[in-house]
Ligand binder design. Structure first.
Ligand SMILES: Nc1ncnc2c1ncn2[C@@H]1O[C@H](COP(=O)(O)OP(=O)(O)O)[C@@H](O)[C@H]1O
Ligand SMILES: [Mg+2]
Length: 238
Protein backbone atom coordinates (compact mmCIF):
# COMPACT_ATOMS: atom_id res chain seq x y z
CA UNK A 1 0.00 0.00 0.00
CA UNK A 2 1.46 3.38 -1.04
CA UNK A 3 -0.51 5.42 1.47
CA UNK A 4 -0.22 6.15 5.16
CA UNK A 5 -1.42 4.01 8.02
CA UNK A 6 -1.55 5.34 11.58
CA UNK A 7 -2.35 2.55 13.99
CA UNK A 8 -3.42 3.14 17.60
CA UNK A 9 -0.82 5.81 18.28
CA UNK A 10 -0.56 6.97 21.88
CA UNK A 11 1.81 9.62 23.25
CA UNK A 12 2.12 11.36 26.61
CA UNK A 13 3.93 14.56 27.49
CA UNK A 14 4.41 14.08 31.23
CA UNK A 15 0.93 13.60 32.65
CA UNK A 16 -0.70 14.97 29.48
CA UNK A 17 -2.10 12.37 27.08
CA UNK A 18 -1.38 14.25 23.85
CA UNK A 19 -2.50 11.37 21.59
CA UNK A 20 -4.81 8.55 22.62
CA UNK A 21 -5.32 5.51 20.34
CA UNK A 22 -5.18 7.60 17.16
CA UNK A 23 -5.85 5.50 14.05
CA UNK A 24 -6.62 6.28 10.42
CA UNK A 25 -5.53 5.07 6.99
CA UNK A 26 -5.03 7.18 3.85
CA UNK A 27 -4.90 5.83 0.32
CA UNK A 28 -2.85 7.37 -2.54
CA UNK A 29 -4.54 10.40 -4.07
CA UNK A 30 -6.35 11.22 -0.84
CA UNK A 31 -6.38 14.78 0.46
CA UNK A 32 -7.01 14.44 4.17
CA UNK A 33 -7.59 17.37 6.49
CA UNK A 34 -6.50 16.74 10.06
CA UNK A 35 -8.75 19.27 11.73
CA UNK A 36 -8.37 20.19 15.37
CA UNK A 37 -8.22 23.22 17.64
CA UNK A 38 -5.00 24.38 19.29
CA UNK A 39 -3.58 21.70 21.54
CA UNK A 40 -5.45 18.88 19.79
CA UNK A 41 -2.22 16.96 19.20
CA UNK A 42 -1.67 17.68 15.50
CA UNK A 43 1.99 18.73 15.78
CA UNK A 44 2.70 15.90 18.20
CA UNK A 45 1.40 13.48 15.55
CA UNK A 46 3.56 15.16 12.88
CA UNK A 47 6.60 14.78 15.13
CA UNK A 48 5.86 11.07 15.38
CA UNK A 49 5.23 10.67 11.63
CA UNK A 50 8.61 12.30 10.87
CA UNK A 51 10.38 10.37 13.62
CA UNK A 52 11.38 13.41 15.67
CA UNK A 53 10.22 11.25 18.54
CA UNK A 54 8.98 7.72 19.06
CA UNK A 55 5.39 7.12 20.14
CA UNK A 56 4.83 5.25 23.37
CA UNK A 57 2.28 2.96 21.71
CA UNK A 58 1.12 2.08 18.23
CA UNK A 59 2.75 2.04 14.84
CA UNK A 60 3.03 4.00 11.60
CA UNK A 61 3.35 2.49 8.12
CA UNK A 62 4.41 4.75 5.23
CA UNK A 63 4.11 3.43 1.67
CA UNK A 64 4.28 -0.10 3.04
CA UNK A 65 7.31 0.55 5.29
CA UNK A 66 7.04 0.32 9.07
CA UNK A 67 8.46 3.58 10.43
CA UNK A 68 10.12 1.91 13.42
CA UNK A 69 11.53 -1.12 11.59
CA UNK A 70 12.45 0.42 8.24
CA UNK A 71 12.88 4.12 9.06
CA UNK A 72 15.03 5.01 6.05
CA UNK A 73 12.60 3.59 3.51
CA UNK A 74 9.61 5.05 5.35
CA UNK A 75 11.16 8.53 5.68
CA UNK A 76 12.26 8.51 2.04
CA UNK A 77 8.58 8.27 1.12
CA UNK A 78 7.63 11.34 3.19
CA UNK A 79 7.76 15.01 2.25
CA UNK A 80 7.08 17.44 5.07
CA UNK A 81 6.31 21.10 5.61
CA UNK A 82 6.60 21.89 9.32
CA UNK A 83 4.56 24.48 11.19
CA UNK A 84 7.67 26.68 11.59
CA UNK A 85 9.39 27.73 8.37
CA UNK A 86 12.90 26.34 7.87
CA UNK A 87 14.19 28.31 4.87
CA UNK A 88 17.55 30.00 4.45
CA UNK A 89 16.50 33.61 3.87
CA UNK A 90 19.85 34.80 2.47
CA UNK A 91 19.92 32.24 -0.32
CA UNK A 92 17.94 32.18 -3.54
CA UNK A 93 14.88 30.02 -3.96
CA UNK A 94 16.82 27.75 -6.33
CA UNK A 95 19.77 27.36 -3.90
CA UNK A 96 17.44 26.40 -1.06
CA UNK A 97 15.96 23.65 -3.20
CA UNK A 98 19.32 22.39 -4.48
CA UNK A 99 20.63 22.22 -0.94
CA UNK A 100 17.67 20.13 0.12
CA UNK A 101 18.09 17.88 -2.94
CA UNK A 102 21.71 17.31 -1.95
CA UNK A 103 20.55 16.16 1.51
CA UNK A 104 18.61 13.46 -0.33
CA UNK A 105 21.63 12.48 -2.44
CA UNK A 106 20.35 14.20 -5.59
CA UNK A 107 22.91 16.42 -7.36
CA UNK A 108 23.93 17.98 -10.69
CA UNK A 109 21.56 18.23 -13.60
CA UNK A 110 19.04 15.89 -11.98
CA UNK A 111 18.77 18.23 -8.98
CA UNK A 112 18.32 21.27 -11.27
CA UNK A 113 15.62 19.50 -13.27
CA UNK A 114 13.74 18.41 -10.20
CA UNK A 115 14.02 21.79 -8.49
CA UNK A 116 12.63 23.61 -11.51
CA UNK A 117 9.85 21.05 -12.03
CA UNK A 118 8.80 21.33 -8.39
CA UNK A 119 8.83 25.15 -8.49
CA UNK A 120 6.84 25.07 -11.72
CA UNK A 121 4.29 22.76 -10.09
CA UNK A 122 3.66 25.36 -7.39
CA UNK A 123 3.59 28.32 -9.82
CA UNK A 124 6.97 29.53 -8.51
CA UNK A 125 9.32 28.94 -11.47
CA UNK A 126 9.81 32.66 -12.22
CA UNK A 127 10.97 33.24 -8.61
CA UNK A 128 13.87 30.74 -8.80
CA UNK A 129 16.57 33.45 -8.82
CA UNK A 130 15.11 35.61 -6.03
CA UNK A 131 16.36 35.64 -2.48
CA UNK A 132 13.90 34.05 -0.08
CA UNK A 133 14.02 37.19 2.08
CA UNK A 134 12.39 39.11 -0.79
CA UNK A 135 9.38 36.76 -1.02
CA UNK A 136 6.05 37.27 0.72
CA UNK A 137 4.73 34.67 3.18
CA UNK A 138 2.54 32.87 0.64
CA UNK A 139 5.41 32.45 -1.83
CA UNK A 140 7.71 31.20 0.94
CA UNK A 141 5.17 28.58 1.90
CA UNK A 142 4.71 27.48 -1.73
CA UNK A 143 8.47 27.20 -2.02
CA UNK A 144 8.61 25.01 1.07
CA UNK A 145 6.00 22.75 -0.51
CA UNK A 146 8.05 22.59 -3.73
CA UNK A 147 11.10 21.68 -1.64
CA UNK A 148 9.17 18.90 0.09
CA UNK A 149 8.45 17.33 -3.33
CA UNK A 150 12.07 17.19 -4.59
CA UNK A 151 12.74 13.58 -3.57
CA UNK A 152 9.35 12.45 -5.02
CA UNK A 153 7.63 11.37 -1.81
CA UNK A 154 4.43 9.31 -1.80
CA UNK A 155 3.08 11.04 1.28
CA UNK A 156 3.06 14.82 1.84
CA UNK A 157 2.62 16.14 5.39
CA UNK A 158 1.79 19.80 5.99
CA UNK A 159 1.39 21.21 9.50
CA UNK A 160 -0.82 24.33 9.45
CA UNK A 161 0.78 25.51 6.17
CA UNK A 162 -1.46 28.57 5.84
CA UNK A 163 -1.06 30.10 9.29
CA UNK A 164 -0.42 33.83 9.09
CA UNK A 165 -1.27 34.13 5.38
CA UNK A 166 -3.98 36.34 3.88
CA UNK A 167 -7.12 34.84 2.35
CA UNK A 168 -5.85 34.92 -1.26
CA UNK A 169 -2.54 33.22 -0.41
CA UNK A 170 -4.39 30.63 1.71
CA UNK A 171 -6.75 29.83 -1.15
CA UNK A 172 -3.89 29.56 -3.68
CA UNK A 173 -1.94 27.12 -1.52
CA UNK A 174 -5.02 25.06 -0.67
CA UNK A 175 -5.78 24.81 -4.42
CA UNK A 176 -2.21 23.82 -5.31
CA UNK A 177 -2.07 21.03 -2.76
CA UNK A 178 -5.49 19.65 -3.71
CA UNK A 179 -4.21 19.47 -7.29
CA UNK A 180 -1.09 17.59 -6.18
CA UNK A 181 -3.21 14.91 -4.53
CA UNK A 182 -5.60 14.62 -7.48
CA UNK A 183 -3.06 14.79 -10.36
CA UNK A 184 -0.09 12.94 -8.92
CA UNK A 185 -1.69 10.43 -6.60
CA UNK A 186 0.09 11.91 -3.61
CA UNK A 187 -1.35 11.10 -0.24
CA UNK A 188 -1.72 14.42 1.59
CA UNK A 189 -2.19 15.02 5.31
CA UNK A 190 -3.04 18.69 5.92
CA UNK A 191 -3.22 19.83 9.53
CA UNK A 192 -5.39 22.86 10.20
CA UNK A 193 -7.71 24.45 12.72
CA UNK A 194 -9.66 26.25 9.98
CA UNK A 195 -12.83 24.62 8.63
CA UNK A 196 -12.88 26.82 5.51
CA UNK A 197 -9.83 24.97 4.15
CA UNK A 198 -11.77 21.71 4.03
CA UNK A 199 -13.81 20.82 0.93
CA UNK A 200 -16.85 18.52 0.93
CA UNK A 201 -15.05 15.78 -1.05
CA UNK A 202 -11.99 15.79 1.24
CA UNK A 203 -11.26 13.06 3.71
CA UNK A 204 -11.59 14.52 7.18
CA UNK A 205 -10.16 13.38 10.50
CA UNK A 206 -11.24 15.52 13.46
CA UNK A 207 -8.77 15.44 16.36
CA UNK A 208 -9.58 16.88 19.77
CA UNK A 209 -7.60 16.49 23.00
CA UNK A 210 -5.66 13.63 21.42
CA UNK A 211 -8.67 11.63 20.28
CA UNK A 212 -10.20 11.09 16.85
CA UNK A 213 -13.79 12.36 17.11
CA UNK A 214 -14.78 11.83 13.48
CA UNK A 215 -13.31 10.17 10.39
CA UNK A 216 -14.95 10.18 6.98
CA UNK A 217 -15.77 12.43 4.07
CA UNK A 218 -16.04 16.09 5.06
CA UNK A 219 -19.43 16.37 3.36
CA UNK A 220 -20.78 13.38 5.26
CA UNK A 221 -19.43 14.58 8.61
CA UNK A 222 -20.34 18.25 8.32
CA UNK A 223 -23.28 18.32 5.91
CA UNK A 224 -23.96 21.93 4.92
CA UNK A 225 -22.35 23.31 8.07
CA UNK A 226 -18.92 21.87 8.86
CA UNK A 227 -18.05 24.77 11.18
CA UNK A 228 -21.17 24.17 13.27
CA UNK A 229 -20.53 20.43 13.42
CA UNK A 230 -16.89 21.00 14.38
CA UNK A 231 -17.80 23.40 17.20
CA UNK A 232 -20.48 21.02 18.43
CA UNK A 233 -18.15 18.00 18.43
CA UNK A 234 -15.26 19.79 20.15
CA UNK A 235 -17.30 22.03 22.43
CA UNK A 236 -15.17 24.98 21.27
CA UNK A 237 -16.47 28.50 20.82
CA UNK A 238 -16.73 30.11 17.38
N1 LIG B 1 7.36 19.15 23.66
C1 LIG B 1 6.28 19.14 24.46
N2 LIG B 1 6.40 19.01 25.80
C2 LIG B 1 5.31 19.02 26.60
N3 LIG B 1 4.04 19.13 26.17
C3 LIG B 1 3.86 19.29 24.86
C4 LIG B 1 4.96 19.32 23.93
N4 LIG B 1 4.46 19.49 22.68
C5 LIG B 1 3.13 19.58 22.82
N5 LIG B 1 2.75 19.46 24.12
C6 LIG B 1 1.36 19.46 24.62
O1 LIG B 1 0.65 18.44 23.94
C7 LIG B 1 -0.66 18.89 23.57
C8 LIG B 1 -0.81 18.84 22.07
O2 LIG B 1 0.01 19.86 21.49
P1 LIG B 1 0.28 19.94 19.92
O3 LIG B 1 0.62 18.59 19.42
O4 LIG B 1 1.25 21.04 19.70
O5 LIG B 1 -1.18 20.34 19.39
P2 LIG B 1 -1.61 21.14 18.07
O6 LIG B 1 -0.50 21.07 17.09
O7 LIG B 1 -2.86 20.45 17.62
O8 LIG B 1 -1.91 22.55 18.50
C9 LIG B 1 -0.80 20.30 24.15
O9 LIG B 1 -1.45 20.19 25.41
C10 LIG B 1 0.62 20.77 24.31
O10 LIG B 1 0.74 21.70 25.35
MG1 LIG C 1 0.52 22.53 16.00
Amino acid sequence: MHGLSVERIGHRWGAKQALDEVSFTLTPGAFCALLGPNGAGKSTLFGILTRLFTPQTGRVVVAGHDLARAPRAALAAIGVVFQQSTLDLDQTVRRNLLYFAALHGIAGREAETRAMAALDRLGMAERAGEKVAALNGGHRRRMEIARALIHRPRVLLLDEPTVGLDAAARAAITDHVHALAADEGLCVLWATHLTDEVRPADRLVILHRGKVLADGTAGEIGGADLTGTFLELTGEQA
